[in-house]
Write a protein that binds this ligand. Structure first.
Ligand SMILES: Cc1cc2nc3c(=O)[nH]c(=O)nc-3n(C[C@H](O)[C@H](O)[C@H](O)COP(=O)(O)OP(=O)(O)OC[C@H]3O[C@@H](n4cnc5c(N)ncnc54)[C@H](O)[C@@H]3O)c2cc1C
Length: 432
């Protein structure tokens, strides 16, 4: 009898010391996640743009394994005891959440796309409503390098199967975009001896060029046409770009850089492709231009000046300068911190909202330290109004402030390519 009492006492003590704190911790996390979710909905950051976790609420046991597994951090949280998407914009679609879920309650995919007017209509072979015009890579809704490579390869395999009888002066395939999908499409064209050209409004590499330096890229084994298999689970940005560089050199891949697609017109049995650098004729067109579009401009006076940039490639090139960085995402914050670390720089980071929301926790912590140490200044609720040769005008707190300035870096997102594609005649939505 007394033994039973002792056993129960021990159980109660263990429960008090072990279970109670862990339940409390769980409750605190849930409360925090609920607040984060509310804020995300308010700021419109809750919806993912590419593939994302589809959570089966019935199966979910709210254990949080998916939250822990997400390498981007902050995409998922636990609300009302169930996993939920909190900051969908941050999701790249790695799918580690699905792998970590112990009850197989997560599938990573696009979900119901019938209501989405940002996903082009595609047949099974990824051909659009325009015969001979295909979609490859992230533009079709699925992110990740491995998907881009696979789809770029598959669409040109499809074109090669149909046969593309070369005609004088008319290309078999014109590829728009030199990211992983466009380059794989072009390499497949080389493999099948099709005449082709890749055009890109910027440089070869696509979105990978925009990654922060040394970012580790997780990818499953994937075959790059005419190169071989990328076997490792992680590559740095530089390693990946070196691999593409090597392939481009080895195959003398025809890429026309700084060449932007502006219009597309059907003429007889081919397309006339208009760009800012002239017209091309092609029997097939592969749209591999991603979803990030063209850097968004602010439309302020002076923005056309050469001192205004939309990405930062090399922070060490800027020293002893007055610099303004505009934006509130990770790219803006990483650029501002990179510039603030260089000798002699005065860096101001201007953001139009009252706080940063969709940034990595690590960036927030580093930024807080730099602001505390007066290495850079953050001005919330501020708007750039004008850019002059030696200064900028920044509106904050109802006043116009004149700041000395040598360079401006604007990170205001991109103008999505959907309007351009619609103008070309490509239909969107499930049925096109
Ligand atoms: C910060 C960040 C981190 C990521 N991390 C990972 C990761 O770790 N692992 C992973 O697998 N994926 C990651 N991704 C996703 C991955 O980078 C993309 O899914 C992939 O690059 C898509 O390839 P793509 O060829 O379809 O398009 P993109 O790489 O976007 O290339 C599109 C190309 O088209 C060009 N273009 C656009 N418009 C035009 C036009 N009008 N005319 C001519 N050219 C045009 C662009 O300049 C660009 O070069 C990440 C993405 C981001 C933004």
């Amino acid at each position: 009898m007394i033994e039973n009492v002792i056993i129960w006492l021990v159980i109660i003590v263990v429960a008090a010391f072990v279970l109670v704190p862990s339940v409390r911790k769980h409750r605190r996390t849930m409360k925090k996640d609920m607040a984060r979710k509310k804020e995300a909905v308010m700021l419109g950051a809750d919806k993912a743009i590419a593939q994302h976790p589809q959570i089966d609420e019935f199966l979910c046991i709210g254990c949080g394994a998916c939250v822990e597994a997400c390498p981007e951090g902050g995409v998922l949280g636990i609300v009302n005891g169930k996993a939920t998407i909190i900051n969908g914009l941050k999701c790249v679609g790695h799918g580690l959440c699905a792998e970590a879920c112990p009850v197989e309650g997560i599938v990573v995919g696009l979900g119901d796309t019938s209501h989405r007017d940002d996903i082009p209509f595609m047949k099974e072979n990824r051909e659009t409503n325009l015969p001979g015009v295909y979609i490859a890579g992230e533009l079709g809704g699925l992110a990740l390098i491995k998907n881009a490579i696979k789809q770029g390869t598959e669409v040109v395999e499809d074109i090669a199967r149909k046969g593309a009888p070369g005609k004088n002066g008319i290309l078999d395939v014109l590829v728009v975009g030199a990211g992983p999908s466009g380059m794989s499409a072009a390499l497949t064209a080389v493999k099948h001896k099709l005449s082709y050209l890749v055009i890109d409004q910027e440089d070869a590499g696509g979105t990978i060029l925009q990654y922060p330096r040394k970012k580790l890229v997780m990818t499953k084994p994937v075959e790059i046409p005419l190169y071989g298999t990328l076997k490792r689970p992680e590559y740095t940005k530089e390693e990946l770009l070196d691999i593409w560089g090597e392939v481009i050199e080895k195959t003398a891949l025809k890429i026309k850089k700084k060449c932007k697609l502006t219009a597309l017109k059907r003429v007889e049995d081919y397309y006339e492709v208009e760009t800012n650098a002239g017209k091309y004729r092609a029997r097939h067109v592969v749209m591999a231009l991603g979803r990030r579009g063209t850097p968004r401009k602010l439309g302020v006076p002076g923005e056309e000046k050469s001192k205004v940039m939309y990405k930062l490639l090399d922070a060490d090139s800027y020293q002893n300068n007055h610099l303004l960085v505009v934006g509130g995402g990770d790219s803006a914050i990483e650029a501002a911190m990179g510039l603030a670390r260089q000798p002699g720089n005065t860096v101001t980071l201007s953001y139009r909202k009252e706080k940063f929301f969709r940034i990595k926790q690590r960036n927030q912590q580093r930024l807080d330290v730099m602001v505390r140490d007066k290495k850079l200044r953050v001005v919330f609720n501020s708007n750039l109004r004008a850019i002059a040769d030696d200064h900028v005008e920044l509106e904050a707190g109802g006043k116009l402030h004149k700041l000395p300035n040598d360079y401006v870096f604007i990170f205001a997102g991109g103008e999505p390519p959907f309007a351009l594609l619609k103008k070309c005649g490509i239909r969107f939505g499930a049925t096109g």
